[in-house]
Design a protein around this ligand. Structure first.
Ligand code: F6R
Length: 607
């Protein structure tokens, strides 16, 4: 996730306006910042790694000259947070500058093609192909708008793009496909941006650029066309009446709730991972003699879920180990034949890095999955994948968990394909289902949130919770428990449902709440039996069920429904959503701050 803000004025200086607006976008990313302006037919650029304040202190963003400017704050997804990877990106002749939010899925092929045509690339980003493609089309004698049109025909993926060109300094061209973009319209100025709050101090008039549209923006004017057939789209500006107090939370009261709601789009990004990274990691996993999945906290729950995915789909047996136990438990046995897949959204968790370092010293192969390019984990991994979640501010991990699960599901599926372990039809079905996850998550959020809020109200004074599930749902139950206890300080425990008679059932008494995770998978029949037994001891059952599961509905005191027909190995991605919301609304009911749980920090960099 990144943020864009652009400015075109009749008179005045664009750079300071872009600078102060970018400050409001900082919640979208903060590892690099850049601005480009045009003055007297020359392009001026300042960009560097670091937060806006750091980059401004080093380079003084405000002294860029000119009435037209584009700006960007970055959260690295392709290429480390270095100066050369910061936006804006430019063409070979230094006449076009581009900022981009989104992912260009086919950038590797495009880059190769452009390099063969003589273009020189300065960055490792996917975005840099855009100015070079435009340059190539301008070389054919096309005006900027046509050159852009030809360019976007070649782009696969999602994008909000803003383009300026020294030979046409009276316009900013904006293109939108599945990434938000709005223009603030003032009398003699216009401000294309990722988020409305950035221009509210300057104007209250807003024009949204919808999916698959292109806008030619000049000072106070704009023209919108459909990308597909180039037809003109008449659209009047709307008056924005709200004044968000907390722009960075997009109107949500807490980051945790905002990040829970980010999930349809963050998962969509995760599903656009570059093929070659997935393929490379799959190859390493395929060759591995033994695979350890190593992480802490929520990321460890990802490891647990992943062990079911790999085993069930690809027949690969893996060992999930909490990073803090790894050296003690496995240290002596690690050798050149061992492969460690370390999972850490921050890439900086001390125990995870210590486990990796130990394994490295014993010649093991290190694979990494993280949300932070440039983190220590990316530097020590033989191959790493960036999960593309965008920055997560709330201390409790939410969107980074579901993104990790999506990456692992894709890896397991590829491995299964490579090993010939799933039929062609089953493979197609699973690929189709993975693509449906963002919409399924959206539906859960839309249809179940109010119900969950009511359930949280009902149970707000309860002092102890049990969570349970079977199979892969055990990982979901563990994550639900962690979310509740870390944001609410409620002692909670997870037990595998089949273990109930071996101890946990002794805790159950009248009204005791037990949360069951019950997808309609191979474990369903057994879980019905588990629920009956626990209910017979007087427990209150809260069940997360598949839509229309009347059998469990009849047993449960409260239920939350998940969209039908999702395969078992994908179920944690959806079944965890109500648990995240439950923890959030419990905290709100109990007047706690879910964004800042006591004693916890976002990245645990001490052991
Ligand atoms: C829980 C949570 C933590 C982290 C853990 C690992 O909500 O956020 O348990 O999951 O500290 O962090 P990463 O993934 O950064 O290694």
């Amino acid at each position: 996730m990144v943020g864009i803000f652009c400015c075109i004025l009749k008179d005045g200086k664009a750079a300071p306006i872009v600078h102060s607006a970018l400050k409001k976008l900082e919640y979208r990313g903060y590892d690099s910042t850049g601005e480009a302006t045009i003055h007297k037919n020359k392009l001026y650029i300042k960009k560097d790694s670091g937060t806006i304040d750091e980059v401004h202190a080093r380079h003084n963003l405000d002294d860029l000259p000119g009435k037209i400017g584009i700006g960007h704050i970055r959260w690295a997804t392709h290429g480390a947070p270095l100066r050369e990877n910061a936006h804006p990106h430019i063409d070979c002749k230094e006449q076009i500058a581009v900022v981009h939010n989104g992912i260009i899925e086919n950038f590797t092929e495009l880059k190769k093609e452009l390099e063969e045509l003589g273009h020189t690339f300065k960055s490792k980003t996917d975005s840099e192909v855009i100015p070079h493609l435009i340059e190539e089309n301008l070389n054919r004698g096309l005006p900027l708008i046509e050159a852009t049109r030809e360019t976007i025909k070649r782009l696969e993926g999602s994008y909000a793009i803003a383009i300026i060109y020294v030979k046409e300094p009276d316009k900013i061209i904006c293109v939108q496909k599945e990434s938000s973009l709005t223009i603030g319209i003032a009398e003699n100025a216009a401000y294309p941006t990722s988020d409305i709050p950035t221009f509210l101090p300057l104007t209250k008039k807003a024009v949204t650029i919808e999916n698959q549209e292109i806008a030619i923006v000049s000072d106070g004017k704009y023209e919108i066309r459909k990308i597909t057939d180039w037809s003109l789209v008449p659209r009047e500006p709307k008056l924005i009446k709200w004044v968000p107090k907390k722009a960075e939370k997009l109107g949500y009261p807490h980051f945790m709730l905002k990040e829970i709601h980010d999930q349809p789009s963050s998962i969509r990004n995760t599903l656009r991972l570059q093929d070659q990274y997935l393929e490379l990691m799959t190859t390493f996993l395929d060759r591995a003699k033994e695979v350890f999945l190593v992480a802490c906290g929520t990321s460890y729950h990802t490891c647990l879920a992943a062990s079911y995915m790999f085993s069930k789909l690809a027949f690969l047996s893996t060992h999930p180990v909490p990073a803090s136990e790894f050296i003690e438990q496995q240290g002596k046995s690690i050798n050149i034949d061992s492969t460690i897949l370390a999972i850490s959204q921050s890439g900086e968790t001390a125990d995870t890095l210590a486990a990796v370092e130990h394994a490295r010293l014993h010649a093991a192969t290190i694979l990494g999955l993280t949300n932070v390019i440039g983190s220590t984990l990316t530097r020590v991994s033989r191959v790493y994948i960036c999960q593309q979640s965008g920055p997560e501010v709330g201390v409790a991990a939410t969107k980074t968990f579901t993104a990790q699960l999506c990456v692992l599901a894709q890896l397991a599926l590829r491995l299964a394909k490579k090993r010939g372990k799933v039929s062609h039809t089953e493979m197609e079905r699973l690929e189709e289902k993975i693509e449906q996850i963002p919409d399924a998550v959206e539906t859960i959020l839309q249809t179940q949130e109010e119900r969950i809020r009511q359930i949280a109200k009902k149970y707000r004074d309860i002092e102890f919770f049990l969570f349970s599930g079977r199979g892969i749902s055990l990982a979901t139950a563990l994550e639900g428990t962690l979310k509740l206890l870390e944001t609410n300080y409620i002692p909670s425990m997870t037990f595998p449902a089949g273990e109930r008679e071996h101890g946990p059932i002794s805790l159950v008494e009248q009204g005791f709440p037990v949360v069951f995770i019950c997808p309609r998978d191979e474990t369903h029949e057994k879980i019905v039996g588990d629920i009956r037994e626990i209910k017979d001891r007087g427990a209150s059952i809260i069940a997360i069920i598949e839509e229309g599961d009347e059998e469990i509905k009849a047993l449960a005191d409260d239920h939350i429904e998940i969209v039908k027909g999702m395969p078992e190995i994908l179920s944690p991605i959806m079944y965890v959503i109500p648990l995240q919301l439950f923890a959030y609304y419990m905290a709100v009911e109990r007047e706690l701050d879910p964004d800042r749980p006591r004693h916890l920090t976002k990245a645990v960099t001490v052991k």
